[in-house]
Design a protein around this ligand. Structure first.
Ligand SMILES: Nc1ncnc2c1ncn2[C@@H]1O[C@H](COP(=O)(O)OP(=O)(O)OP(=O)(O)O)[C@@H](O)[C@H]1O
Length: 440
């Protein structure tokens, strides 16, 4: 940890990596893929910090941008207090030694023609250690340190299993005595039985070398195993961040809750209510307005005027968004009625009642809705969909069923002094618990 007043090992501030989307021969920029869209994360010496989220949330881009393997489009990466994004050649070389990375696929990390000894020694050579025997001694010590044998230095990558190769990758990363290790899905390509071994070696090495580790994983189980702190990433942003135990025991963001609920329970007799998330992560080239998670959030907030059962409300909002983005296909609903009911031969023979009933079944929307006014608007919107006028349906729904989750971007709130989350629900709760905040 830091001496008072000294800088954290790594401090990422408002980091952005946007990829331009270009068109035509002139490569005119017509949009941006917001892969990383303003993240803050800190890694102290001797600390392990996890970055977790589904595939496509921007974790790998965050890692490569932090390490300057890709140029940031905004923000700062402070390493020991110095802004890495402004480093010249010499400082960059020093940074490249002090901050090492290991990847998911240990196979791709090695040149099959080089012996393990040569591969592990490579960073030493690049950093100017010309003494061959000294290099060899260090390599042998490191191989033993990661649970292999000194004589393995003379063998070749194909002679090792995936788990052994990941141990060798660790030995190589540590050969130059780094301060920071960034590990991108270091165990997800390995058998579950081997994963625990690699994680425990990482923990031991971290203690021994006083390393700061940033570990990236889609697997919260892995993160819980070894991290002191966790950042939960969704669509290029960190939606919740805090000490690991707090994140697991008192998750504030519905996305975190959904990820936690999907961790497999080892004992099949123990059950947990798994929160299922509908659909995939939306495209970062056109992220949803307001809270980016609202298009999939099981806890999306209802307008004050309604008191729907939450699941019904979620299904209802799914219907609304499908109407609004124009992806609801009335013809396929008619066709499915024809396929399932003998009464009709052609899609255009399907009457409104059968169409409506099929649509409600598809979206799990009960008939009628418990609220009369809502039922009236819903019914009129389904009538417009039936008539092929999605525009009219969309405008009816837009006016009636708005959620704060789409209307407003949630502010980041501090649940405790070092646990933050960006969700309207967390905002409401902290406002109740700490009234002083509301008057700020
Ligand atoms: N070079 C690129 N050009 C355009 N878009 C990119 C580029 N690299 C990544 N992306 C996009 O950025 C988003 C984030 O990708 P990234 O690989 O960082 O996510 P991830 O959370 O690490 O997912 P995974 O675990 O699948 O690698 C994705 O939508 C991806 O398609």
């Amino acid at each position: 940890m830091n001496a008072p007043g000294s800088n954290p090992l790594l401090e990422v501030r408002d980091l952005e990596k946007h990829y331009p989307i270009t068109k035509g021969v002139l490569k005119r920029e017509v949009g941006r893929v917001r892969a990383v869209d303003g993240i803050d994360i800190t890694v102290e010496r001797g600390q392990t910090v996890g970055l977790v989220g589904e595939s496509g949330c921007g974790k790998s881009t965050a890692a490569t941008t932090i390490l300057q393997l890709e140029e940031a489009t905004g923000g700062q990466v402070l390493f020991d207090g110095e802004d890495v994004t402004e480093f010249g050649k010499r400082d960059m070389k020093r940074f490249r030694r002090r901050a090492q990375m290991i990847f998911q696929d240990p196979d791709s990390s090695f040149d099959p023609r080089m012996s393990i000894g040569e591969s592990v020694a490579e960073p030493l050579l690049v950093n100017g250690m010309d003494d061959r025997q000294r290099r060899r001694r260090i390599v042998e010590q490191l191989l033993v340190r990661v649970g292999l044998q000194a004589s393995d230095a003379d063998r070749y990558p194909h002679e090792f299993s995936g788990g052994q190769k990941q141990r060798i990758a660790l030995a190589r990363a540590l050969s130059v005595n780094p301060d920071l290790l960034v590990a991108d899905e270091p165990v997800s390509a390995l058998d579950v039985s081997i994963q625990a071994e690699i994680l425990s070696i990482m923990e031991e090495l971290q203690r021994e070398f006083g390393l700061g580790i940033l570990i990236i994983s889609h697997n919260l189980g892995v993160i819980r195993e070894i991290c002191d702190r966790v950042g939960v990433m969704y669509l290029g942003q960190i939606v919740e961040e805090g000490p690991t135990e707090e994140i697991f025991n008192d998750p504030q963001h519905p996305y975190t809750r959904a990820l936690i609920s999907s961790i497999p329970v080892p004992d099949p007799h123990l059950s947990r209510d798994e929160v299922s998330l509908s659909g995939d992560v939306p495209s970062p080239s056109n992220p949803p307005k307001g809270c980016r998670f609202h298009t999939r959030c099981p806890e999306v907030i209802q307008p004050d005027a309604y008191d729907f059962d939450q699941e019904t409300w979620r299904h209802f909002v799914d219907y609304k968004y499908r109407v609004q983005d124009g992806s609801l296909d009335a013809q396929s609903i008619r066709e499915s009625v024809v396929t399932e009911e003998d009464a009709y031969d052609e899609p255009n023979e399907v009457p409104f009642e059968a169409f409506e009933s099929r649509l409600r079944t598809e979206f799990s929307i009960p008939a009628p809705l418990p609220d009369e006014r809502a039922e009236d608007v819903l019914e009129r919107s389904i009538r417009s969909v039936y008539d092929g006028d999605l525009e009219a349906a969309a405008s009816l729904l837009r006016e009636e069923f708005e959620t704060v989750c789409r209307q407003e971007t949630p502010a980041e709130v501090h649940v405790t002094s070092d646990h933050r989350a960006a969700c309207h629900l967390a905002e409401a709760e902290t406002a109740v618990e700490t009234p002083a905040h509301s008057s700020d």
